[in-house]
Ligand binder design. Structure first.
Ligand SMILES: [Zn+2]
Length: 459
């Protein structure tokens, strides 16, 4: 098997380095295909926003007025996605067509030489290139994001962001991106240079360490820059969660409330951390909107994810994904023809700077990535069902009478979340398969009912 893989790789390398393929044209075709497919999904979904009644299971929970509002919100969001998606695609396509990548590389080169570094300092030039490209790609989408916050979300009553907060958030986000991104990119490129053609295990070890580092510094360093986390005050809710965690041997170290309402009234809860020390974070909006026993049920679902090691499983999936990308990359590393297809001069193409090959290589993978995204969503949706089932079965696992109605409480909490967030309730199956990592509310309520019934039977 390894022999065939080796032959395949040699053939691919030979193909990329010798065949005069119009790669730029193919990337245009790929990206437009993905963009048009996404627009097609929106066209499938769009008529559902004109339905005048919620699905039967939700009828008693959605007041006419709320349902109408959720349909209007959904319609506005769908229109926004369609226009912003097309705008971004036209922009990306133009950048590619007019050789902006090659231009950015040359500008980065002039900055490098102005600073007195020779062309052998490829990493320095790559860092400037990344900054230029980032600005070229991000600045045009700032107005879109402002429109989304101050027009769309505002119109439907969700926006809590002030213009001042919007500007500081954007600037802070960029600064954090630079502060983390620059050393990351430098190390990433250094490993390529240092390890040569056997870069895969080293790069994978590096990426995994970086992911673990992020788990460590995100809650302690990054999130406090944007939000305030305060320990959840003593009381009924705290007691319930601590009890649940200790009965399941969940290593709960910190239990926080986060001021999510500072920016928006959307609500949520989540956990993260290292295997021996976990943080649970609950949005203040969730606490306000739901009763303590319902928030407890949401946490029971979250702890189901932990119990079945869903985050770890997803991490393994992402490692396999990264590995497959890296395994295909060597064919594109030493291929000047590949770079020349994207307007890079013969001189630049002859040196094949790693960052250029890597960025362009990823554009080629786009259609494959869209398919992998759907597969990952399918896995994630399965995990959601498992976590819901876990909550329903807690009564047996913990032999607790108090937990008999956990499924009902979770159902109520989910309905409240949907009502308060004006989430869409009618969803096209293909649209959902492509975009959603969670099952729809109707699917979950139906499944919860079945899990509850099964749990009752087994007593
Ligand atoms: Zn979940």
């Amino acid at each position: 098997m390894f022999a065939t893989a080796g032959t395949l790789e040699r053939k691919l390398t030979e193909f990329v380095s010798t065949e005069p393929v119009d790669w730029k044209f193919y990337v245009q075709v790929f990206t437009w295909t993905v963009c048009l497919f996404e627009s097609y999904l929106l066209f499938r979904q769009f008529p559902l926003y004109s339905k005048t009644e919620p699905p039967a299971v939700l009828k008693e929970h959605f007041k006419d007025d709320t349902f109408k509002k959720s349909q209007e919100y959904g319609k506005d969001k769908a229109k926004f996605s369609l226009y912003s998606g097309l705008f971004k695609q036209i922009l990306d396509s133009a950048l590619l067509h007019y050789g902006v990548y090659a231009w950015s590389w040359d500008v980065a080169g002039s900055i490098r030489s102005a600073l007195g570094h020779g062309p052998e300092h490829e990493i320095i030039q790559s860092l400037f290139f990344a900054v230029i490209l980032f600005l070229v790609l991000s600045i045009p989408s700032v107005p879109l994001s402002a429109y989304q916050t101050f027009v769309l979300e505002e119109k439907h009553g969700f926006n809590k962001t002030t213009p001042r907060l919007f500007v500081t958030d954007t600037v802070k986000g960029w600064l954090v991106g630079f502060a983390l991104g620059a050393p990351f990119l430098a190390a990433f490129l250094k490993i390529f240079k240092w390890a040569g053609d056997s870069f895969i295990p080293f790069l994978m070890a590096f990426l995994l360490s970086f992911q673990i580092l992020m788990v460590l510094i995100y809650p302690t360093v990054i999130q406090p820059l944007f939000n305030r986390l305060t320990p959840l005050p003593k009381g009924n809710l705290r007691e319930r969660i601590e009890n649940l965690a200790s009965q399941l041997n969940f290593p709960l170290k910190y239990l926080y409330e986060i001021d999510g309402s500072k920016r928006s009234s959307h609500s949520n809860a989540y956990f993260y951390g290292l295997p021996w020390s976990k943080h649970i974070v609950i949005f203040d909006t969730l606490i306000k909107q739901s009763k303590a026993e319902e928030v407890e049920a949401v946490l029971a679902h979250e702890l189901g994810h932990w119990y079945y090691m869903h985050p770890t499983k997803l991490l393994v999936v992402s490692q396999v994904h990264i590995f497959s990308i890296l395994a295909l990359f060597p064919a594109f590393i030493h291929a000047p023809r590949f770079l020349q297809a994207f307007d890079f001069s013969e001189e630049v193409a002859a040196q094949t700077p790693t960052i250029l090959s890597f960025i362009l290589f990823q554009m080629i993978l786009m259609p494959m990535e869209a398919v992998i995204g759907m597969a990952t969503n399918a896995i994630s949706r399965r995990f959601e069902f498992e976590a819901d089932q876990f909550a329903c079965e807690l009564q047996h696992k913990l032999k607790s009478e108090n937990m008999k109605d956990m499924g009902d409480r979770l159902g109520t909490a989910l309905i409240t979340l949907h009502v308060e967030n004006l989430s869409t309730v009618w969803v096209d199956w293909l649209y959902s398969a492509y975009h959603h990592s969670h099952p729809t509310l109707t699917e979950r309520l139906k499944a919860l009912e079945a899990y509850q019934a099964a749990a009752k039977k087994s007593t």
